[in-house]
Design a protein around this ligand. Structure first.
Ligand code: PLP
Length: 436
């Protein structure tokens, strides 16, 4: 099979045959990728601090993942779990039930994408509680299907022109300490943003109508916003006092991204339902809803599922990912990487006025860029220019945040010290140059 090679040809074909809707951060086309390095069709070598948007925690083309995919593909690629079941689905479900926080009986449903996991969590929560309403948060991102998009907070580009949206979705302010929506300061605030859920039941939606509260432990697309230690324990307690399902969307923060398998472990919280996707299968399309058995088992036979959900090749890749975490001690590596990054970022913050906030957990870290530290006016123009500055010099890095002024790190956890240093040098040079 012949394939067009140069990016010039591919760029023209892309413009002619692919709509503009799917955005592109860089103008490059990948040829191959290994570990934390991406090679493009024109021979560029790019250090990957983006990880395909937080998907490649075990690194690109890990030999164990490649072998698992090949092995399974040679046996069979699809029968549909609903028609003839297969072991990898069951083995993975058992593993995931063991890995997620909470020692209560659990069950796992597999699907294809993060958004689809979100959809299924809403279905399970509504069915179990027999209630209609879902509470989500400002700055949240949950995907691009209709319910997931409705739950998502950022209007441009995710929602503009796509309404009407789903009904019975209510949005609360989040624990964004750097820009507190209540104008308070931590810890003097006593985490009033969590207690606000009780007021929200009065002003916006009744607790007895609420099926679920869905929240990311660390807001991903919303700017790596990281709540204080008291926040989630308070929030889940209010949910449980009111019979509401607490759903943790760990699609970006899970699978070791924060130095623990699941970010909620940092808060000591055991969610009723946990959502996974992204890094769980190293780039193969797979997602999961894992949670309390009585909730997961509430929907009737035939009420959940889909043609491809829990595809055997994807499940085999995910089982390999879990083994890699154990064999290569990736959680310890992630913690060490996170410590190194934080040290470097805090040193940069001391030197560069443009870095208003350094936040996150483990290597899920971010820099919020501001015009000055008093007004905190978002420096979205600098963030945009920085992403370009970096990729032109061989570093892939992403921005995020509702104001598009946050730079985040999602590099493979297997990145070498040399690759990390080279990437950080480009980032620091860019920040220094562009903040002059
Ligand atoms: C927290 C979170 N939830 C849901 C999604 C949607 O996942 P997908 O793009 O696989 O549908 C994403 C994707 O970025 C995400 O970060």
């Amino acid at each position: 099979m012949s394939s067009p090679k140069s990016s010039a040809i591919l760029t023209e074909l892309r413009a002619n045959f692919v709509p503009q809707g799917p955005f592109n951060v860089t103008p490059y086309f990948v040829e191959k990728a290994k570990g934390a390095i991406v090679y493009d069709v024109d021979g560029r070598e790019l250090i990957d601090f983006a990880g395909g948007i937080g998907v490649m925690n075990v690194g690109h083309s890990h030999p164990k993942v490649v072998a698992a995919i090949k092995h399974q593909a040679e046996k069979f690629t699809h029968t549909c779990f609903h028609i003839v079941m297969y072991a990898p689905y069951i083995q993975l479900a058992e593993k995931l039930c063991g890995l997620t926080p909470g020692s209560f009986p659990k069950m796992a449903l597999l699907a294809n994408s993060g958004a689809e996991a979100v959809e299924n969590a809403v279905k399970v929560s509504r069915h179990y509680t027999n209630r209609p309403s879902i509470i989500c948060f400002e700055n949240g991102f949950h995907g691009r299907t209709y319910m997931a998009m409705t739950l998502t907070s950022k209007v441009k580009p995710y929602k503009l022109g796509f309404g009407p949206f789903m009904s019975e979705v209510y949005r609360m302010p989040f624990a964004y300490c750097y820009r507190c929506p209540f104008g308070l300061n931590y810890p003097g605030c006593e985490v009033a943003c969590a207690d606000y859920l009780k007021d929200f039941f009065i002003s916006d939606v009744a607790a007895e109508s609420t099926a679920a509260v869905i929240v990311e432990p660390i807001m991903g697309e919303g700017g790596f916003i990281t709540p204080p230690p008291e926040y989630f324990p308070k929030l889940i307690q209010i949910c449980h006092d009111n019979g509401i399902v607490f759903v943790a969307d760990e699609i970006q923060s899970g699978i070791g991204r924060t130095g623990k398998m699941f970010a909620m472990e940092h808060w000591g919280v055991e969610p009723d339902l946990v959502l996974m996707a992204k890094s769980m299968a190293a780039g193969m399309p797979l997602s999961a809803v894992i949670g309390r058995a009585e909730m997961m088992n509430a929907p009737q036979v035939g009420g959940l599922g889909g043609t491809y959900g829990g595809n055997p090749v994807c499940c085999s890749a995910a089982l390999a990912v879990i083994e890699i975490f154990e064999e290569e001690n990736l959680l310890a590596k992630a913690q060490a990487l996170g410590d190194k990054l934080r040290q470097r970022f805090e040193a940069m913050q001391k030197r560069l006025e443009i870095i208003g906030d350094v936040r996150g957990l483990g290597p899920m870290l971010a820099l919020e860029l501001v015009k000055d530290r008093v007004s905190k006016k978002p420096a979205a123009d600098v963030a945009k220019a920085l992403v370009k500055f970096c990729y032109e010099r061989g570093l892939l890095i992403l921005s995020c945040g509702n104001f598009s002024n946050v730079i985040r790190t999602l590099m493979p956890l297997v990145i070498t010290d040399d690759q990390l240093e080279r990437g950080l040098a480009i980032l620091e040079e860019g920040l220094t140059t562009l903040s002059k």
